[in-house]
Design a protein around this ligand. Structure first.
Ligand code: SF4
Ligand code: SF4
Length: 326
């Protein structure tokens, strides 16, 4: 509930300025929809999945991280900081950061010769974002690709997303969105007419386990998936399952997920996203702890066995893993 409140406040603030908190824009991705995609990653997410591989996307505000192993201890950033928020440790081996003094001017990021300081995110207008996206139009035309809006959680900035995708559709660009659908229905409803393909995660069917692993219950998410499916918008749904050992890879959860998916008329595919440990370094840079330190990624054999099991539960729908259909 706290997160939902925050995000109303955040949306109101952003919308008046028509500015979005953008994590990054990636070009020519082949993993986020049909053809070559430009992926707009936005900051801000109301979920806290323990396996999150992009912790720098969780907070809506711009952030910075410090990669200690790149730091030479030259002290340039300490001298560059106008707020006195940085100091050298006694042994001269690392920088001590006082967040209460920092005003996010990012002078430390600009001045560091080692790129030990990293800036996560930038504020961009709708026009700036659309300009960047439309630079790739030639790739969309030849590959059948387009724009994929991702996060964080794109619906955290739903009015900004609406403006971006409306502009893109006016330019004839195919649009997809990757979302948890953990958002008020009115924020989802207004976007649906402008979306061609909706990628939605189902992380765990059990409400209590979902809260334990993701930080919120799944009721709103499942309700919203059903509402999207019943809506008159002619979009396609692809369900994604992040396959996390011990969290959601049990027979019981895959059976329950398949049962739920069987009722979806707009569903065209289920995609399994196996657990990986990319992003662990970013937790260090942000000085936050990674909760799944001991978790071992599933073997290829286990991934394929789980895909096969899931496919057996819902034979009329394609199950995809790493580009292959099962
Ligand atoms: S400027 Fe960069 S390399 Fe030098 S002390 Fe600061 S973080 Fe380390
Ligand atoms: S962002 Fe600006 S105020 Fe904050 S630590 Fe860096 S230089 Fe100092």
């Amino acid at each position: 509930m706290i997160f939902l409140m925050n995000y109303h406040i955040f949306n109101d603030r952003r919308d008046t300025k028509a500015v979005g908190s953008v994590l990054r824009i990636e070009r020519t991705s082949i993993h986020d929809g049909e053809g070559l995609r430009t992926v707009l990653f936005l900051k801000g997410c109301p979920l806290r999945c323990r396996w999150c591989s992009t912790p720098e996307s969780q907070e809506p505000a711009l952030q910075k991280g410090y990669a200690r192993d790149r730091c030479l201890g030259c002290g340039i950033c300490v001298r560059a900081c106008p707020q006195g928020a940085l100091s050298m440790s006694e042994d001269g081996q690392r920088i001590i950061f006082n967040s209460s003094k920092c005003k996010n001017c990012f002078a430390c990021v600009r001045k560091c010769p080692q790129r030990a300081w990293k800036k996560y995110g930038s504020l961009m207008s709708v026009q700036e974002v659309v300009r960047e996206i439309s630079k790739d139009e030639v790739f969309y035309f030849h590959s059948g690709g387009g724009l994929t809006v991702s996060g964080g959680e794109p619906l955290y900035q739903s009015d900004f997303v609406l403006e971006v995708i409306r502009e893109c559709r006016a330019l004839g660009i195919h649009t997809a969105m990757e979302t948890s659908l953990y958002a008020p229905w009115e924020n989802i409803k207004k976007i649906l007419p402008w979306i061609n393909v909706l990628y939605v995660d189902i992380k765990q069917m059990d409400r209590t386990l979902h809260k334990n692993w993701v930080g919120v219950e799944n009721t709103l998410i499942l309700d919203n998936i059903l509402k999207v499916d019943k809506s008159s918008n002619p979009l396609e749904i692809i369900v994604r399952i992040p396959l996390i050992p011990g969290a959601n890879d049990s027979d019981a959860n895959l059976i329950a997920t398949a049962l739920f998916c069987k009722s979806l008329k707009k569903l065209i595919e289920i995609e399994i996203l196996p657990y990986h440990r990319l992003g662990v370094e970013t937790y260090k840079n942000l000085d936050t702890s990674y909760q799944l330190k001991e978790l071992v990624p599933p073997s290829q054999e286990r991934i394929l066995e789980r895909a096969d099991f899931l496919s057996g539960q819902i034979p009329n729908v394609s199950v995809r893993v790493g580009g292959e259909i099962y």
